[in-house]
Design a protein around this ligand. Structure first.
Ligand code: SF4
Length: 259
């Protein structure tokens, strides 16, 4: 498979299907993935943290200097971002200086790109840390993963490297009091001996129930876009994603479909 890894701590801006002109911040190593999930669909490939741990994470100071420079250059041009987006080669909230970095990023945004939204794409695995919850509350777009309605299916899709309890995770998501966007990737297929499918009636019903509890401001529904490390995964059609979105609308929650 083709692996899609970023080679710098600041990347783009790129045209993002979800966030418009997006200037990316990669808090993970360059050219290597560092994550505490091992999603079967991850564009960065399989998680091999031993390899990544030999590499350094970017230092806050260096990163903020580079970000300021990039934002300065883009002010008033067509490259001025719609979103400054924490994404990159893994899970951004694993960076030990995440709180400092997001606070300083917001200050830089206010000066150089006041119309840009600060977005974080996170798998939500660090929400047991109160500081991470507080940091994520600062983001304009606090986008957190929920790839299914049942613990079993989420485990099969995301393959978390540490214990995952869905009821604990939902409790953590509720701590945002609705200042949260849920992102769900729908997928069907097979990995090893496991059948993977978060599109069944049972899964969707359970997922809708979770959304009712979490009450996010919005749900982003999407399908795989590039090569995936697990072979034999099916890209869910736009029509099917739209049918799922209708169920979200029916419970009074906004949704967006990206296929
Ligand atoms: S959480 Fe994101 S970076 Fe980590 S394995 Fe999943 S898709 Fe990849």
């Amino acid at each position: 498979m083709g692996v899609f890894l970023f080679d710098d701590m600041i990347f783009g801006p790129v045209k993002s299907r979800r966030l418009g002109v997006s200037l990316g911040i990669n808090l993970l190593p360059n050219h290597a993935k560092f994550c505490n999930f091992n999603c079967i669909y991850c564009e960065c490939g399989w998680t091999k943290n031993k390899q990544a741990l030999r590499m350094e994470l970017p230092k806050a100071e260096d990163l903020l200097i580079a970000l300021e420079q990039k934002l300065k250059e883009s002010t008033g041009t067509e490259l001025e971002p719609d979103s400054i987006t924490f994404a990159g080669n893994g899970e951004p909230t694993m960076h030990p200086e995440f709180d400092l970095i997001i606070r300083e990023t917001i200050k830089l945004r206010d000066v150089y790109a006041p119309k840009a939204l600060v977005s974080v794409l996170s798998n939500g695995s660090m929400l047991h840390k109160p500081l991470i919850i507080e940091s994520l509350k600062l983001a304009d777009n606090n986008i957190l993963k929920l790839d299914g309605g049942t613990e079993n299916t989420i485990r099969k899709i995301n393959m978390p490297l540490k214990a995952f309890r869905l009821n604990e995770y939902v409790t953590q998501l509720k701590r945002f009091n609705g200042k949260i966007i849920i992102q769900t990737l729908f997928v069907r297929g097979k990995y090893g001996n496991e059948i993977i499918d978060n599109t069944t009636q049972n899964e969707i019903d359970a997922w809708i129930k979770l959304l009712l509890t979490i009450q996010p401001q919005k749900v982003m529904i999407y399908a795989i876009e590039r090569d995936t490390p697990a072979e034999n995964l099916e890209k869910i059609s736009l029509m099917e994603l739209e049918r799922i979105a209708e169920k979200v609308t029916a419970i009074g929650i906004k949704s967006e479909v990206f296929a």
